[in-house]
Design a protein around this ligand. Sequence first.
Ligand code: ADE
Length: 382
Amino acid sequence: MNFHVLTLFPDMIEQGLHTSILGKAMEKGCITLETTNIRDFSANKYNRVDDYPYGGGAGMVMEAEPVYRACKSVEAGIGRPARTVYLTPQGRVLNQAIVEELAMEEDLILLCGHYEGIDERVLEEVVTDYISIGDYVLTGGELGAMVLIDAVSRFVPGVLSNEESSQFESLQDNLLEYPHYTRPEEWHGKKVPPVLLSGDHRKIEAWRHEQSVKRTKERRPDLLKNAVTVTCAFYALEESWRELIRQTTEEMTRYGNLLDVGRKKIRKQHNTFGSGDFLLFAVPSILPTDSPVSAQEDFFQSFRGHNTPAALIYYGNPTEAEPQDSTLRMPADRLITSLQNQGFRILDTCQNPESSRERRLFLLRLREKIYQGIRKETATDA
Ligand code: ADE
């Protein structure tokens, strides 16, 4: 991933990012950082880049031309137009979903403003995204760019070690992290919670989940409003698909449940879900002749939702020669209709989860929707 920062203060960016984990990531070549001084593109002999605002008022405005030239010079280096983020308190407030989405780009141009802002006309021509790092006003965009680079880099392969991997972030579930403890077992008379010393991983996971929910309730109840419990109901023909479905669920949530509808018991039991649940239905696009049911929708007959948000995954190639439309749309339509009749709201479908990029995009779209508040939507819809 290549970050290109347009700024009047390149030293600030360079000094702030060349240390610690990001410094190492740059040495390894997982990320690159290029700073461009907008002043080098000034159109006058004093290297001035700002001027008085038309209409009067306090402060100075950065001129359009130097910003435009700096931007085009960076784009020429990249060889194609790249996503260009202007850091501004007027932008979308950065969150984990936006961070993950930006991490899919090969190149990101970050434009840092100063003074009262940048001439609107150049923003209209070069900016693709307006992003704020919070509802307060900074002296310039540099700290915002650094925050964004740090957060995005954590999702670039190789930046974090496996152990540090961002895959199991609690924030992914709109939950805060559970409390952490290390040695000694007792400090200032305070003991480490006994469950963490039990060695029972299931109990530890359950305790951590409970603590995450409790913490989020206490400290960030606004996040909890959009939190959902993810359940993946699946039928897998092969072990590799079972593995892929497990992996996909894990990529979506740390605390997911798996229901194998290949098992009669699961198909027959009452599977009831509310608006705080999220259902991921995963079935093969074509059922084998020895399938336990004759149509995809029959796997989920005992499933009931209450305006429960859901998504569909279809896997396995239909006969290669046939166009996707005729082979896939029909069963997908039928399945969607019957799930809708059973109280599920299908937000999205993914037809080839074996492509990791496709799967990531699908999960990102879902997460974006969850962040926007599918539960709120559910409440007003109802
Ligand atoms: N520039 C000034 N304030 C900012 C903010 N809150 N976020 C991003 N860039 C900014």
